[in-house]
Ligand binder design. Structure first.
Ligand code: DGY
Length: 327
């Protein structure tokens, strides 16, 4: 039976066509003022929603009385009112697995850029200031052989650990809610990665990478006390969610503490406000949340999200359902 689907963020043509073949589809982006009336009207009738990067909160859900399934084109589910979805029995699907290697590449790009001062030194060439060999004041920090501390060790964390351990000879310490059974889940990391108490990880890691999902228990978790416990001269990278970090504490650690540099793909508020000091700080490398933003991976995410939605609307169980009971 054809159902009503609301696409709230652009989908690739081929995936939109799959939806249109089976259902009545409205495409309306609520972030675009001119599309808001169409979004509101379609929301009131929609049985399925597909999109990303827009808060689907209690108020929005209250305006969607017929909703059966939401398919998020993202792995993170922090934009969704999980408790309300659980209460109403609305299925939430997401896109784990297809973006792991791409996000790990992005995190490694930030790790290399911050350690070797790639953006800063490239800009020096661009502005015509390369008029002599650079001196010690502009030297970088080796990456190979350094100790990596990972906060969060899900699929993406493990993909980062593989790059670090197997490509760069870096010992990997990770902190997660529970130790991962490496023999079963990541045998190639056996002997290279160790579950480590937070204090010890912070004291030993030369580079700390946060890959935490955003939830009530992780919001603001990376605070002044975390930065104070990091090894002097450490580098901090965030490829998870911006709001897990208290940004004023990060700035204080850069300006008055011993943090060497920070590489950030995510921020508490996105897009990053123009008046944020993180935008222009000399030792911050900011990126516009591009973790998964390659042609191949964004297409794979859209395809999985479309398949999830089509299956759910057909009464089948999609492969990537998020368990909203863990709200
Ligand atoms: C996700 O899928 O949650 C990522 O943050 C998108 O890049």
């Amino acid at each position: 039976m054809r159902k009503k689907v609301l696409v709230f963020r652009e989908l690739p043509e081929d995936q939109l066509a799959r939806l249109q073949a089976a259902h009545d589809v409205t495409v309306a982006n609520p972030r675009v003022a001119a599309q808001r009336p169409a979004f509101d009207a379609a929301l009131a009738e929609a049985q399925g929603l597909i999109g990303s990067s827009f808060p689907v909160d209690d108020a929005l859900l209250a305006r969607a009385p017929k909703l059966e399934v939401i398919s998020s084109v993202s792995v993170g589910v922090d934009n969704y009112a999980l408790a309300a979805l659980h209460e109403r029995g609305i299925l939430l699907c997401h896109t784990p697995g297809v973006l792991d290697e791409t996000v790990a590449d992005t995190v490694f790009a930030l790790l290399m850029a911050t350690s070797r001062r790639v953006v800063e030194l490239s800009n020096l060439v661009r502005v015509g200031h390369w008029n002599k060999n650079i001196g010690e004041d502009l030297f970088g920090f080796d990456v190979h052989g350094k100790t990596l501390g990972l906060l969060g060790f899900g699929r993406i964390g493990q993909a980062i650990a593989r790059r670090a351990a197997l490509g760069f000879g870096m010992p990997v310490l990770y902190h997660a809610r529970r130790p991962v059974d490496l023999a079963a889940q990541a045998p190639e990391l056996q002997g290279h990665a160790a579950h480590t108490p937070l204090d010890e990880l912070l004291a030993r890691a030369d580079i700390v990478v946060a890959m935490l999902p955003l939830s009530d228990s992780t919001r603001g978790m990376i605070d002044a006390s975390v930065f104070a416990r990091m090894k002097p001269g450490a580098i901090f990278i965030n490829g998870g969610r911006g709001a897990t970090v208290q940004e004023p504490a990060l700035l204080a650690a850069l300006d008055h503490g011993t943090l060497r540099a920070a590489g950030l793909d995510v921020f508490a508020t996105e897009p990053l406000p123009n008046d944020s000091p993180l935008r222009t700080h000399a030792r911050v490398t900011p990126l516009p949340h591009i973790g998964s933003a390659t042609h191949e991976t964004r297409h794979a995410m859209a395809e999985l999200a479309t398949t999830n939605l089509l299956k759910a609307l057909a009464g089948e169980r999609p492969s990537a359902v998020y368990d909203t009971a863990f709200a």
